[in-house]
Design a protein around this ligand. Structure first.
Ligand code: NDP
Ligand code: MG
Length: 394
């Protein structure tokens, strides 16, 4: 069976975006209606010529005119900036929007896509980290589905198939690879470099989510993402370090039974399932050879070395705009770390201090989130610049 999908891809030039297009190349029933990139005009031009969407967007406005010139011989509409991204997310004809941009830039277009009654194939976890309750309420109101692309959440979603009553779910066991520094003692974490952190053992991903994985902020964000996607309480979500990344997450039910989804680490599986759901269609990915894995191992996460995970749980418990503060501070410190402006452990210090300094809002509106994001970025940037954290690089 072929499936029919008309999709808009926000972030088509990234790691998730390009893998989404690989699937579209395989399944002719997938039609790309619109796509966006930030500044990679060469790649998006190639993609536009191959997939012939009606619209492409470049969020970097300075470069957009160059893309217009490049695509002048086609009838593809070129839009730009934040407004262009919203136009892409709400493009006529698309039934599903793949949110594969990075950071909070995904929040507004996702909200607008939901209002325009598009289903969401959600990769951009920062959307749920910052505005989880707004997004989930809006999805319910508009009768659209939020289909997880994140591998762990896809595994949970797959394990929940057939569960008619969510009260039967007792625990979510969210697996984590532990990243490149899983076995490093804390003293060594002071000196790790950007190159060390970008060297993920199991997954090849964009720079930001790779740093988040090394610092375990990614797992903290995934706890928040699971809380919103599956409507569970934070206490029901347990992070289990599983270095082989073969079990992509598990659900434990009332009777003690545990269901899991397994596979070789390959994002095309969850991406395709977000399109083919509830069907499963052929995909040429590496199959697991269980005889190669003599053991699948499990450990508790160490929040003393990976403080971000504890900060994320704390933010989730405190609620309100606290997760938004953590997200904004994290975006600032990851960018700073990628430019050697802050040390690896210094990132957690700045996040913790930003959480204490930014005004708390218990029941934030969308406008409160925008204001919180701006304030938290300013505070975090100041902390990075002043270098007043004890763990900064000399
Ligand atoms: P990449 O960095 O590889 O790609 C990001 C995409 O977003 C690119 O198309 C980029 O354009 C575009 N972009 C960058 N900055 C902006 C901006 N400010 N505004 C609008 N668009 C922008 O990221 P990934 O594909 O790795 O990740 C995308 C999302 O998916 C993230 O939220 C991540 O956490 C999540 N995710 C990723 C996984 C993975 O395996 N990669 C796994 C699970 C979740 P350009 O190329 O022009 O810069
Ligand atoms: Mg993940």
């Amino acid at each position: 069976m072929e499936f029919e999908k008309k999709i808009a891809v926000l972030g088509s030039t990234g790691s998730i975006g390009t893998q989404t297009l690989e699937i579209a190349r395989e399944y002719k029933g997938i039609k790309i209606e619109a796509m966006s990139a930030h500044s990679n005009i060469d790649l998006i031009e190639k993609q536009a010529r191959e997939f012939k969407p009606k619209m492409v967007c470049l969020t970097n406005e300075e470069k957009a005119k160059d893309l217009k010139i490049k695509l002048a011989d086609t009838d593809i509409k070129v839009v730009q900036g934040k407004d262009g991204l919203i136009e892409t997310a709400t493009a006529d004809g698309a039934d599903t929007v793949v949110t594969a941009v990075v950071g909070i830039s995904g929040l507004e277009p996702t909200i607008e896509a939901i209002k325009a009654k598009k289903n969401i194939a959600l990769a951009n976890k920062e959307t749920l980290v910052t505005g989880g309750h707004i997004v989930m309420d809006l999805a319910k109101e508009n009768g659209v589905e939020i289909l997880p692309v994140d591998s762990e959440h896809s595994a949970i979603f797959q394990s929940l198939q057939g569960c008619k009553d969510r009260r039967e779910v007792k625990r979510i066991l969210l697996t984590a690879s532990g990243g490149p520094f899983r076995t490093r003692p804390k003293e060594e974490l002071y000196g790790v470099t950007r190159a060390d952190a970008l060297n993920h053992p199991n997954w090849s991903m964009g720079a930001k989510v790779t740093i988040d994985s090394a610092s375990m902020m990614n797992k903290g964000f995934e706890v928040m993402e699971a809380r919103w996607l599956f409507g569970v309480r934070p206490e029901q979500i347990e992070v289990v370090v599983h270095p082989q990344s073969i079990i992509h997450s598990m659900v434990q039910f009332a009777d003690g039974a545990v269901k899991a989804q397994l596979g070789m680490p390959d994002m095309r599986v969850p991406i395709q399932f977000a399109f083919s759901y509830p069907r499963r269609l052929p995909l040429s990915v590496e199959r697991i050879d269980f005889t190669r894995f003599h053991e699948l191992t499990f450990e508790q996460p160490d929040t003393r070395r990976f403080r971000n995970l504890a900060l994320a749980y704390d933010a989730l418990h405190r609620g309100g705009n606290m997760p938004c503060i953590v997200n904004a501070a994290n975006e600032v410190v990851v960018e700073a770390f990628l430019h050697d402006r802050i040390s690896f452990l210094g990132m957690s210090d700045v996040i913790a201090r930003t959480m204490e300094r930014v005004s708390f809002v218990g029941r934030p509106t969308y406008d409160d989130y925008v204001a919180t994001d701006a304030e938290a970025r300013r505070v975090a940037e100041e902390l990075v610049t002043s270098g007043g954290t004890p763990t900064l690089n000399p």
